[in-house]
Write a new protein. Structure first.
Length: 349
């Protein structure tokens, strides 16, 4: 559980997707709030303009305040505009919804006001006409709120449709951007232990190329160290092979010389030690050949190698030891043959 949580926290892809999702959601929320505020101000201006126009018509005598016993048949009470003389009251005590008047304070100054009348919020415009008559034009604030809410909903509808699509596109884009990194990880996992080739960085983002270049330099240094170790093992085994062969030859000659029984036992122990050394050298040579076959950089790929050239190099190296032991070694014939192999493998045979 802790490991899964750690991978979740360490996943750059998930963190980037989460940050982008939160960012887009926050922007959408701010845009929605701004749209509602702008729509509210616009609806308020629209309502105030309507009240001013009705007040101008009332001042010109084209709209008269309704009498106290008037009855209204409005289908939308919130959109209804009430025009009445300031200070007028309904003798029957009816509410404005029942065709009565609003209890507007008679001392209200000219201008726009937001009042709570009869338990409801109203936007009221008080205006004095040329005849000195004061007229109040009122409309419920719910009309303004409904306009603002409708306008905000129409504005937010594209956001509500586009934001989920945008989030899906962002998630898809993030996965696409990280796909080369996942492919590189799979390539590295599929490599063998001896495969130290540089990793390809052409398809990676520019921000990751320095990191991959540093890994490639590390792989190159590791390859150099391994190649040096393999060369050392091969060279050491090859150098030990000739002295051990000479010791074995001398031990055989001593055995043929007819030594006493005690000396013969010691000679047998010596020959056993020489034989163990020879087996160890053969194992080292086999290890060197196996490492070369698995990808030794110094051995290189298999190519046509001259056997005569290899034998000449071996004889040149063994000649000083043969001369010291008065052994006549050589190769008869001058014909050459070429085989497909690594040169070091043939040299250590």
């Amino acid at each position: 559980m802790d490991g899964g949580q750690g991978r979740l926290n360490a996943s750059l892809e998930r963190r980037l997707s989460l940050v982008l999702t939160l960012g887009i959601g926050l922007v959408a929320l701010v845009a929605g709030l701004f749209s509602f505020a702008a729509a509210y101000d616009e609806a308020r201006e629209l309502q105030d303009d309507m009240l001013r126009q009705v007040a101008l018509l009332a001042g010109a005598g084209r709209v008269r305040p309704a009498p106290a016993d008037a009855h209204f048949a409005e289908h939308d009470d919130a959109a209804r505009i009430v025009v009445q003389s300031l200070g007028e009251s309904d003798p029957q005590g009816r509410s404005v919804d029942q065709g009565g008047t609003l209890p507007i304070p008679p001392g209200l100054a000219d201008g726009l006001h937001t009042l709570t009348l009869a338990g409801e919020s109203f936007r009221v415009l008080v205006r004095t006409n040329g005849a000195g008559e004061r007229v109040a034009v009122a409309q419920e604030s719910d009309f303004r709120d409904e306009l603002a809410l409708g306008s905000a909903q129409r504005t937010l509808l594209p956001f509500a449709v586009l934001v989920p699509i945008l989030l899906l596109l962002v998630a898809r884009l993030v996965r696409t951007m990280f796909r080369p990194i996942a492919a590189l990880a799979r390539e590295v996992d599929a490599r063998s232990d001896e495969d130290l080739r540089p990793m390809a960085a052409a398809a990676l983002p520019a921000e990751l190329r320095p990191f991959v270049a540093a890994i490639n330099r590390l792989l190159a240094r590791v390859a150099q160290v391994l190649a040096a170790e393999r060369r050392f093992v091969a060279d050491a085994a090859h150098e030990l092979r000739s002295p051990l062969a000479a010791l074995s030859l001398q031990a055989e000659r001593l055995e043929q010389a007819g030594l006493p029984a005690a000396a013969g036992e010691r000679l047998a122990a010596l020959r056993q030690g020489i034989e163990r050394g020879r087996r160890l050298v053969e194992q080292l040579l086999a290890l060197a050949r196996a490492q070369a076959a698995a990808g030794d950089a110094s051995a290189g790929p298999a190519r046509a190698v001259s056997l005569q050239q290899i034998m000449r190099e071996v004889l040149e190296e063994a000649m000083p030891l043969a001369d010291a032991r008065r052994i006549d070694i050589g190769v008869e014939g001058s014909e050459d043959a070429r085989v497909q192999a690594a040169e070091r493998d043939l040299f250590t045979l």
